[in-house]
Design a protein around this ligand. Structure first.
Ligand code: GTB
Length: 219
């Protein structure tokens, strides 16, 4: 039996590939690993059977036939990158630097991006919304400027495309139509280069198919 990934049965992103199963699907496609998907409703995510896999009642999780159960999208992507070639350099120093970029995506860039998303989703009716959004935009812009300087004219953050790029681009995609990336042409090109990869396109189509199916009458 192939390993099992969990994902939203009804993703709030409506098939835009922004939920965190997408980064795992992308890593699976980059490394050519077969997988099955268990779709969960919000209720099912909070049931004991899922909490036994993911203590916070979230997706994604990863289960293999030999008994491994993993949660945290970063840990799952890193694990997959270690299983097969394609997402980590062989050279030990280049390898750990690629892993550092994966952590940078999750720990340094994603927090202000998520804080901004939460504000636009849940605080837009507050009288102080515009002021708060401007503050959060400033924090995101700062990180984007730093990332843009670090990337420079290179195609990828550390030599060849790696799990660091996969995670960084997954985080940048969450900025969607905010226009915040437009101020950094090298980041715009970086995201376009990454999302043009055949593996990204396959992963995107697979998660999109879940949304399309959920829209069919009787689904
Ligand atoms: N740190 C964990 C990880 O990286 O695996 C975070 C996992 C997480 O936040 N999962 C979310 C979840 O299960 C789904 S991806 N939430 C349900 C809950 O906490 O009860 C987050 C997400 C949701 C929706 C959108 N969107 O609509 O655009 C984007 C991202």
């Amino acid at each position: 039996m192939p390993p099992i990934l969990t994902a939203f049965a009804n993703s709030p992103d409506r098939g835009r590939g922004l939920a965190r199963d997408m980064r795992v699907r992308w890593a699976l496609e980059e490394t050519g690993q077969p997988y099955a998907v268990r779709l969960l409703s919000f209720d099912q995510m909070k049931q004991p059977s899922h909490l036994a896999l993911q203590p916070f009642g979230q997706i994604p999780t990863w289960e293999t036939e030999d008994g491994l159960v993993l949660f945290e999208s970063g840990a799952i992507v890193l694990h997959l990158a270690e299983q097969r070639p394609g997402l980590l350099p062989r050279d030990p120093q280049a390898r750990i630097r690629a892993i550092a970029w994966l952590f940078a995506a999750l720990n340094t860039v994603e927090p202000p991006v998520v804080e901004r998303s939460m504000c636009t989703l849940f605080e837009h009716e507050q009288p102080w919304f515009e002021h708060r959004l401007a503050q959060l935009d400033g924090r995101v812009r700062q990180r984007l400027g730093e990332l843009s300087d670090a990337l420079g004219e290179r195609d990828w953050l550390e030599g060849d495309f790696s799990c660091g790029d996969l995670m960084m681009v997954s985080v940048l995609l969450r900025l969607g139509s905010s226009g915040l990336i437009d101020g950094s042409p090298n980041l715009t090109a970086y995201v376009a280069r990454a999302t043009a990869r055949a593996a990204y396109q396959r992963a995107f189509a697979a998660q999109r198919a879940v949304f399309e199916h959920s829209q069919q009458p009787g689904a």
